[in-house]
Write a protein that binds this ligand. Structure first.
Ligand code: MG
Length: 250
C-alpha cells in the first residue's frame, strides 16, 4: 500500500513538474496504478466458509490443533457433532497463535433449553487479543443491561440492534479488528477498534475499546502496552457451542 501511495505521489510530482514547464494534458492512464497486482483470494462457497488465505482455527474436529486451555494444556471442552462446547469449570480456551489485526468468522450457539435469565442464560464470550470481550449471550426475549448483551463489547459498547436468533440456533459473528498502536511513551496513538456483524447485521461500527474488559469498575485506558495476543473463548459456566472458526490476518 505504501509503495502504491509513494508511486502515485512520485507520478503526481513528475506530472506537476512537467506541467510547470509546459502545459500537459492529463490522460486517464496517468492515474492508473497497476503494480503490485492485487493478491488473488478464492472465496468460500458461502460467506461463512473460509476463503483461501484464512487460517482455520477450528474445523469441527481437532480443537487441540490450534487451541489450549488457560494453562497451555489440552482444552477441556467437549468436541462432538462438529462443534466445541464449554465444559463448565474447565476454563477458557485460547489460540496457540497470536494475532494483531484480523478478520474473524466464528459461529456460536446457546443451549436450546433456555434456563436462567439476564446474564445467566447462554453466557460465554470472545476475547479479542485476550482482553476485549465481545459478549456471547442468549438475548432472545431475555433482557439484560444493554451494554452487556449479545453483540456488546462488554460494559463498553452496546450493540446497535438486538439481532439474536432463538436459543439452540447457530449464529454468526464476523469481526474486523484493528489492534492498538502506541506512542513511544506507551500511550495509545490509536486504541483498538472493531466492527462486528451478528448474523450479517451490523452491531458494532468501528468502535474504540476503552481498555481491557472489566466486570467491576471503569476500563483503564493505559493499563498496559500489548503486542499480538490470542483469541480467548470464555467458560462462563453455560454449555455454549462454537464451530467454523477462521481468521484472516490483515
Ligand atoms: Mg460473557
Amino acid at each position: 500500500m505504501k509503495i502504491q501511495i509513494l508511486a502515485f505521489l512520485l507520478l503526481f510530482a513528475a506530472v506537476t513538474v512537467v506541467a510547470q514547464e509546459e502545459p500537459m494534458e492529463m490522460k486517464h492512464e496517468m492515474t492508473e496504478v497497476w503494480d503490485p497486482e492485487v493478491a488473488v483470494v478464492t472465496p468460500g462457497e458461502t460467506t461463512a466458509d473460509a476463503p483461501s488465505d484464512a487460517i482455520v482455527l477450528f474445523d469441527g474436529v481437532d480443537l487441540e490443533n490450534e487451541w489450549t486451555n488457560g494453562d497451555g494444556e489440552q482444552p477441556g471442552w467437549i468436541v462432538a457433532d462438529g462443534c466445541a462446547t464449554v465444559k463448565k469449570g474447565t476454563g477458557i480456551i485460547k489460540t496457540k497463535r497470536v494475532f494483531n489485526d484480523f478478520q474473524l468468522h466464528i459461529e456460536w450457539r446457546t443451549p436450546a433449553e433456555a434456563t436462567g435469565k439476564s446474564q445467566g442464560r447462554g453466557n460465554s464470550g470472545i476475547f479479542l487479543q485476550e482482553r476485549y470481550e465481545l459478549q456471547v449471550l442468549d438475548n432472545y426475549e431475555n433482557r439484560t443491561y444493554r451494554n452487556g448483551q449479545a453483540g456488546s463489547f462488554y460494559k463498553q459498547h452496546p450493540p446497535l440492534v438486538n439481532v439474536c436468533k432463538k436459543p439452540g440456533v447457530w449464529q454468526t459473528y464476523d469481526i474486523i479488528y484493528t489492534a492498538p498502536r502506541y506512542n513511544n511513551d506507551g500511550t495509545f496513538f490509536t486504541p483498538p477498534t472493531a466492527t462486528v456483524l451478528q448474523n450479517g447485521v451490523l452491531v458494532q461500527n468501528n468502535v474504540k475499546m476503552r481498555g481491557p474488559t472489566e466486570f467491576i469498575g471503569i476500563p483503564e485506558y493505559f493499563v498496559e502496552k500489548h503486542g499480538p495476543a490470542s483469541l480467548v473463548l470464555q467458560d462462563h459456566g453455560n454449555p455454549v457451542s462454537y464451530r467454523n472458526i477462521w481468521i484472516r490476518e490483515l
